[in-house]
Ligand binder design. Structure first.
Ligand code: ACM
Length: 556
């Protein structure tokens, strides 16, 4: 039992009045991500066995339902949604609140959740979940569910708070994804970036091209350990989502205020598709779904009309599955050699006055962007789509020409590699940016390279970025690339607890962030993960102590 200040425990007859004097201390209030404004008062609200919840607007339904289910499942009570003022938990409209913002006012008499949209109400409920606790009074031995008297005014710093799961390298499955969505919702993260299509596997059923999954979703073996290890598992791997499963997961996410942004990699990272349909490639060579990870040779031949038709056909099916306005087209790490060696690609470039492969990529990307816009969608892509060579450090030819073609406007640039100059340039040119800088946000990096504290310290608005461009930074993503994490337990160990740090980066203003209080809130969250059997990394403190001690030794 937690330490509670029992100001008065008398003989209790009916709970709500009697519990009003059970108070909580500030240190027991551990909400993650940390709210913008919080004021703790004396007393608490006790949930009734037959708790009534007032919700009479459509936009309140999702949140009210989530609260009703939570109370009923956690406490085994019978909470009911009603349209009656006698209800002591009330959802109320407050029109001057921004999207996703909410206010929570708890007194011993009632709870009010105020918001101006479905997301705001939903986040009010996520905060209630973190505040509600089962307490047993020492005297009466009665167990009751309490919520401290409190006033919270809260809203997010960024509109884009994403977690990316790479399911191409390893397929993790519906149950795992739903669990991730549950944890994201509790952490008030609103974007699930689903990396479904890459070299190592095509994971979404496309009715018009059945071989994409019949062939492209399965590989005969997998390299294990690390890059170029030469070792393999010796086991086949595969799996994909049917369209029905995708629809179900998208609906599951929507109930949790999470939009799913699918990623369909193009024109590189396309081996799984080329394994299914050789004519999609440039090399004209039959391949199998690769068992090795990393950058591969072939790309879609973007100069062939039938390849463009294929991409549009796949997009048409994705439009039906994913209501998200934003569609991610990858665009990273395209090796240009195969285009340089192709006589027909070279001929096309000459005829169309395209001087470099980087220009060809932008020319193609712009075509796809136009198609997305015609279908009321908006393109997002890794920052290579701007046409700058960001891979010089990786042995890319130093004299590789950069593109002169301009990327279409209204594109979201997903910044993962490059310097402040590159990011500033993108912002200056009017692009929206999601900051996923690899050295700060890649969950596949080990816990020594990106410690919990380092993850927590990430600022999506880099120091030195002119204030007039801050509005271009939509937020951040944290990315779980899964080349070397075949099991769900591996993915959990890499993702948790750092995902909680990124959730707070996305939600809480820098002035209000404090690592110490985050760690206190995290302890409570870890208990929740323990209950669910989530395999979070347990040695963050140890690693940070070791690094500090090393630093001290260096300084002395
Ligand atoms: C990436 O990490 N290739 C976006």
């Amino acid at each position: 039992m937690k330490i509670i200040v029992f100001a008065l425990i008398a003989l209790l007859t009916f709970s709500n009045c009697a519990e009003k004097n059970m108070s909580f201390t500030q240190s027991e209030i551990a909400i993650l991500p940390k709210p913008a404004n919080l004021n703790l008062q004396e007393g608490s609200f006790a949930i009734l066995k037959n708790q009534l919840i007032l919700a009479n607007l459509e936009e309140q339904e999702k949140a009210a339902k989530a609260l009703e289910i939570y109370i009923n499942e956690t406490a085994n009570y019978t909470a009911t949604i009603v349209d009656s003022n006698t209800a002591t938990i009330r959802f109320e409209k407050k029109e001057d609140l921004e999207t996703e913002a909410y206010e929570l006012i708890v007194t011993p008499k009632n709870i009010r959740i105020l918001a101006n949209d479905a997301a705001g109400y939903f986040y009010g409920v996520q905060t209630i979940k973190q505040l509600m606790s089962l307490e047993t009074s020492d005297d009466s031995k009665k167990s009751i569910y309490l919520i401290p008297s409190i006033t919270i005014k809260d809203s997010p710093r960024f509109r884009w708070r994403a977690f990316m799961l790479d399911e191409s390298r390893y397929f993790h499955g519906e149950k795992f994804v739903k669990q991730m969505l549950d944890q994201m919702a509790l952490l008030k993260m609103n974007t699930f970036h689903w990396h479904l299509i890459d070299d190592a596997g095509w994971r979404v059923e496309i009715k018009k091209y059945p071989l994409l999954t019949e062939v492209g979703a399965f590989r005969s073996d997998s390299e294990i350990g690390t890059w170029k290890s030469g070792k393999t598992s010796g086991k086949p791997h595969g799996g994909f989502y049917t369209q029905e499963q995708i629809k179900d997961i998208v609906a599951y996410a929507a109930k949790r205020n999470i939009k799913i942004v699918p990623e369909f990699e193009m024109p590189g990272h396309s081996s799984a598709a080329i394994a299914a349909y050789t004519w999609l490639g440039t090399a004209g060579v039959d391949i199998e779904v690769p068992i090795k990870f990393g950058r591969l040779y072939d790309n879609y031949d973007v100069t062939k009309p039938e390849v463009i038709t294929f991409i549009k056909d796949v997009l048409n099916e994705l439009f039906e599955l994913f209501p998200s306005e934003v569609i991610h087209i990858g665009g990273d790490e395209v090796g240009y050699e195969v285009w340089e060696k192709s006589a027909s690609v070279q001929k096309y470039m000459k005829e169309n006055n395209i001087s470099t492969p980087a220009d060809l990529q932008i020319n193609f990307t712009n075509k796809i962007s136009k198609y997305l816009e015609e279908n009321n969608r908006r393109m997002m892509g890794w920052n290579e789509i701007l046409g700058k060579n960001i891979h010089k450090d990786f042995g890319e030819k130093k004299n590789d020409k950069e593109a002169e073609t301009t990327l279409a406007k209204n594109v979201i640039v997903h910044f993962w590699k490059g310097d402040l100059e590159l990011l500033t340039d993108a912002a200056k040119n009017g692009y929206a940016i999601v900051n996923s800088l690899l050295s700060e946000t890649y969950l596949d990096y080990n816990h020594k390279n990106i410690t919990l504290e380092r993850a927590y310290s990430f600022n999506p608005i880099p120091e030195g970025l002119d204030a007039k461009y801050h509005k271009n930074i939509y937020g951040l993503g944290c990315q779980m690339w899964s080349e070397w994490t075949p099991t769900n337990a591996d993915v959990e160990r890499q993702t948790f607890p750092r995902i909680a740090a990124y959730a707070e980066v996305g939600w809480t203003t820098p002035e209000n962030k404090e690592y110490k209080s985050f760690k206190i809130a995290l302890k409570k969250m870890q208990k929740h993960w323990d209950k669910l059997g989530i395999n979070y990394f347990k040695d963050s403190d140890k690693i940070e102590a070791e690094l500090k001690s090393k630093q001290n030794n260096l300084n002395n």
